[in-house]
Ligand binder design. Structure first.
Ligand code: FES
Length: 172
């Protein structure tokens, strides 16, 4: 049994020899008969690789016997999938109504300025990516942002530089 597991872990059907594809094959085998297979497999692939590269998407399309355009269509439709590498931490600036009317756009612009990245981009050290979301469920604290499970509220554009120097430090 042990010997079989060892062999399984190094055998992959992807020419790169990357063992993560063997793990992806297991997920494909598990879900391929289900109607939600594509979503499940994309989710697993993103967990494994950190993002969905063209190579990974071609591989998935081939394995599930789906047109590549359909796979891209699903990836670009759902916000949770990304075609570019993301940072270790996702900074989500809420742009829901409560936050919008309290200056969410200015918070986003100031964060973008401080971090030196635009929305959707990742800092050079691969630590932070900057995004916006509809409502992060902290309307009473508007304008709010979230980093992982941490929520920061009542921000103002003027508080952003100090926030970056002090609060973001704990993630470094
Ligand atoms: S609208 Fe921003 S937290 Fe709800």
């Amino acid at each position: 049994m042990m010997e079989l597991q060892t062999i399984r872990s190094v055998v992959t059907s992807h020419p790169s020899g990357d063992a993560r594809f063997a793990s992806l094959d297991d997920t494909i085998a598990h879900y391929k008969a289900e109607p939600t297979a594509l979503i499940q497999v994309l989710h697993a692939a993103q967990q494994l690789f950190g993002y969905l590269s063209p190579d990974v998407l071609r591989y998935i399309a081939g394995k599930l016997k789906l047109p590549l355009a359909q796979v891209y269509g699903v990836v670009t439709f759902y916000h949770l999938f990304t075609l570019v590498p993301r940072g270790k931490y996702q900074i989500m600036v809420c742009r829901g109504t409560a936050c919008h009317v309290r200056g969410a756009q200015l918070i986003l612009e100031r964060l973008s300025q401080q971090l030196g990245i635009k929305e959707g981009e990742t800092t050079k050290d691969n630590l932070f990516s900057l995004h916006s979301a509809r409502c992060i469920g902290a309307c009473a604290m508007a304008p709010a942002i979230a980093i992982g499970d941490d929520v920061y509220g009542k921000l103002t554009p003027d508080k952003v530089p100090k926030f970056c120097q002090k609060d973001l430090k704990k993630y470094t």
